[in-house]
Design a protein around this ligand. Structure first.
Ligand code: PLP
Length: 382
């Protein structure tokens, strides 16, 4: 098998009409042969909502190859991938174990929306196997975790979770958005399903919203059939843009790994900074595990300043290069306060319990020269 940086260029490239770059298949529908439709049934009818235009198929092949999966399914956003997967696999009365401190949208989906359908969720410490066993119920079906949690960059005991699920007959589902397949490929570690918000590092250019779920063919068929009915397919033009953006993911993420580590080290030594959350720092509680599991520590970090919210507001008003905006994984460095963006859907009490203070700042390191970013942060903190 070729290496990651080669696969990302050559997998899923059908060279249609000899085109080296896949064209945009901006067609909602395709010629229909009733004989082949009779064989494949509704879900094989070629139609953009059924995620099977040539653009979808090629990109799904590429994404499966990147994660070492049998199959991949594109969705219209990361949240569409998460919600469709959970709705496809869970029934009323089922129970989910989920790591504490997930992305706000996922947290809220679990505690509000799925509960309305009779699906219960218990949040557990991703590092405490005793708590998993204690929280487990007869109808626990699935364990949901993030490879690196957003925004505190916790690294759960991922091999332990895989083992717990395997022995207990649970499905293991991981959101690998922050780690990226450049740094970590969860299916190789034994996870059943891996989800990405492709909006972030996989596309990398802050110009589209997309998601993907990858895993075994049988599970992916169930999830595709659910997606076909829910309707959260990826638009053909976004398929094209994502296909283009993804080709540089290895280069981008390796640069972001290096820059974020340098910035995290600079910030951790700065007297105005109270705490930096970054798994690449020796001070991070799961640094050793991150080092053992990941090829790099990613481009996202979060921090708290000595002066709290007042200090954060001053920093944000002074920075020249960091763009104040939610989201992450793009070429430009973005800074945001999770309490007001990614985790605004949680109640203040929920955020407080998870350690997401109003003064927490999250930085998504882009592709600028890291020295310029450090100089900008230094002047903003001075
Ligand atoms: N998962 C993680 C870890 C995220 O950070 C986000 C968004 O920030 C999502 C999922 C949702 O992705 P999307 O905005 O593409 O729906």
């Amino acid at each position: 098998m070729t290496r990651f940086a080669t696969r990302v260029i050559h997998a899923g490239e059908p060279r249609i009409c000899g085109a080296v770059s896949i064209p945009v298949f901006q067609s909602s529908t395709f010629l229909h042969d009733p004989r082949s439709a009779a064989e494949g049934g509704y879900h094989e009818v070629r139609y953009a909502r059924l995620s099977n235009t040539p653009g979808h198929l090629a990109l799904q092949e590429k994404l499966a190859a990147l994660e070492g999966a049998e199959a991949a399914l594109l969705t219209s956003s990361g949240m569409a991938a998460i919600s469709t997967t959970l709705l496809a696999l869970l029934e009323p009365g089922d129970h989910v174990l989920a790591q504490e401190g997930l992305y706000g949208g996922t947290h809220t989906l679990l505690v509000r929306d799925l509960r309305r359908f009779g699906i219960e969720c218990t949040f557990v410490d991703g590092n405490d196997p005793t708590a998993w066993g204690a929280a487990r119920r007869p109808r626990t079906r699935l364990f949901y975790v993030e490879a690196m949690s957003n925004p505190l960059l916790q690294v759960a005991d991922l091999p332990g979770i895989v083992e717990f699920c395997r022995t207990g007959g649970l499905l293991s589902v991981i959101d690998n958005t922050l780690a990226t397949p450049v740094n970590f490929q969860p299916l190789r570690c034994g996870f059943d399903l891996c989800i990405h918000s492709c909006t972030k590092y996989l596309n990398g250019h802050s110009d589209l919203v997309a998601g993907v779920v990858v895993g075994g063919a049988a599970l992916l068929t169930r999830i595709k059939h659910q997606l076909d009915r829910l309707g959260g397919a990826l638009d053909p033009h976004a398929c094209f843009l994502l296909h283009r953006g993804i080709k540089t993911v290895a280069l981008r993420v390796r640069h972001q790994n290096d820059s974020a580590l340098r910035i995290a080290r600079f910030l951790s030594r700065h007297p105005a900074v109270r705490q930096v959350h970054y798994p690449g720092l020796e001070s991070h509680p799961q640094h050793a595990r991150a080092q053992a599991l990941f090829q790099g520590f990613g481009g996202l970090l979060s921090l708290e300043l000595q002066e709290g919210v007042a200090g954060v507001e001053r920093l944000l008003s002074r920075t020249q290069l960091l763009i104040q905006a939610p989201s992450l994984g793009g070429v430009e460095t973005l800074v945001t306060r999770p309490a007001t963006t990614s985790h605004a859907s949680l109640t203040p009490a929920e955020r407080h319990r998870l350690g997401i203070s109003d003064a927490l700042l999250r930085i998504s390191v882009g592709l600028e020269d890291p020295e310029d970013l450090i100089e900008d942060l230094a002047q903003a903190l001075s």
